[in-house]
Design a binder for this molecule. Structure first.
Ligand code: DAH
Length: 340
């Protein structure tokens, strides 16, 4: 009697499992047959009607039936899961041959490119690149550079004052003083950085711009060293055919002082639109360290001599990349910047 019932349950299970449509219906089948109120469970309850000597055999049959149903359910579940995985994989298929979305990658600003080139030239000649503060004491920006309180250079380089003694530096020349004060000689440095002046913005002026200062102090440094160094700099920066010309000039912290012109790298010196017909382009100020400036910072001018120079970084960038308006360097219009 129980045996037939078990047979019926087993057959029913096989049929239902075969017809199941997914893991949810497998669960329903499990509950209906093997659950607390399931058919096999109720059958177990009728064990009390079975003769005691038959019970072990019947018990064994019930267990076998349960195991078989469990096994079928597990197999069916596995098949469904595999099918679902396959379906998901084909749904989420990625076409690896599609072109990737391109990242917009930035690149160095023309000022940075010009600075990298200048630094490469001078470090190649054994110079060290140093830094100085942009918020500077009046002493370092003017006083120690032989520009006393009532000097006209202070008007030409009008700046932004934090208070009477502290200002935004107008030139990188103050770094010369700070280097000398460290007391280590000889010195061979360049000092790039931002400088400030109370200027109106136009095609060639900006209240914030950059300079690269240079200074060499050693025993026996002469004007010929200055000329040779800066000529080499010009040739490396603008091409081997570049010629240089030194015009006398005045700077309070150098004596003698000069401005250096380079032959126009566009026309080779014949005169063109680029050099405004001059054939020459002014690029920097320079001179021999003023003995007074050396002495003020603790360097003995009888033992040591030196030279210094200051280059406008924007001026170099504008020339090198043939840009005709300085404002373009600061507007951060990517249509402009992308060209470099
Ligand atoms: N500091 C000067 C300026 O801003 C440039 C300069 C000229 C720097 C001569 C120097 C130098 O070191 O020797 O106009």
């Amino acid at each position: 009697m129980i045996k037939e019932d078990l047979e019926a349950i087993r057959a029913k299970a096989a049929e239902k499992i075969a017809a199941a449509e997914g893991t949810d219906s497998l669960n329903d089948i499990r509950v209906a047959l093997l659950g607390k109120k399931g058919e096999l469970t109720s059958l177990l309850k009728s064990m009390k009607d079975v003769a005691p000597e038959d019970r072990p055999a019947v018990g064994k049959m019930v267990n076998e039936t349960r195991e078989e149903i469990e096994k079928r359910l597990a197999e069916a579940k596995k098949t469904f899961e595999e099918k679902e995985l396959e379906a998901r994989l084909s749904r989420e298929k990625i076409d690896v041959t599609l072109p990737a979305a391109r990242n917009r990658i930035g690149h160095p600003h023309p000022n940075t490119l010009a600075l990298q080139e200048i630094e490469k030239i001078f470090t190649g000649m054994g110079y060290e690149v140093v830094d100085g503060p942009e918020v500077e004491r009046d002493y370092y920006n003017f006083e120690a550079l032989n520009i006393p309180a009532n000097h006209p250079a202070k008007d030409e380089q009008d700046t932004f004052y934090i208070n009477k003694d502290i200002l935004l530096r107008t030139q990188t020349s103050g770094v010369q003083v700070r280097q000398m004060e460290r007391g280590k000689l000889p010195i061979r440095i360049i000092a790039p950085g931002r400088v400030y002046r109370a200027d109106e913005v136009d095609a060639t002026h900006s209240p914030v711009f950059h300079q690269v200062e240079g200074m060499v102090i050693d025993k026996g440094i002469r004007f010929s060293d200055l000329k040779g160094t800066l000529e080499e700099f010009a040739k490396q920066l603008f091409g081997a055919d570049t010629r240089v010309k030194f015009r006398p000039h005045h700077f309070p912290f150098t004596e003698p002082s000069a401005e250096m012109d380079v032959s126009c790298f566009k026309c080779g010196g014949k005169g063109c639109r680029f050099c405004k017909g001059e054939g020459w382009i002014e690029i920097l100020g320079c001179g021999m360290m003023h003995p007074k400036v050396l002495r003020m910072s603790g360097v003995d001018p009888d033992e040591y001599t030196g030279f210094a120079f200051g280059v406008g970084l924007e001026r170099i960038a504008l020339l090198k990349y043939e840009i005709d308006d300085m404002r373009l360097l600061y507007e951060n219009d990517t249509r402009f910047l992308d060209q470099f």
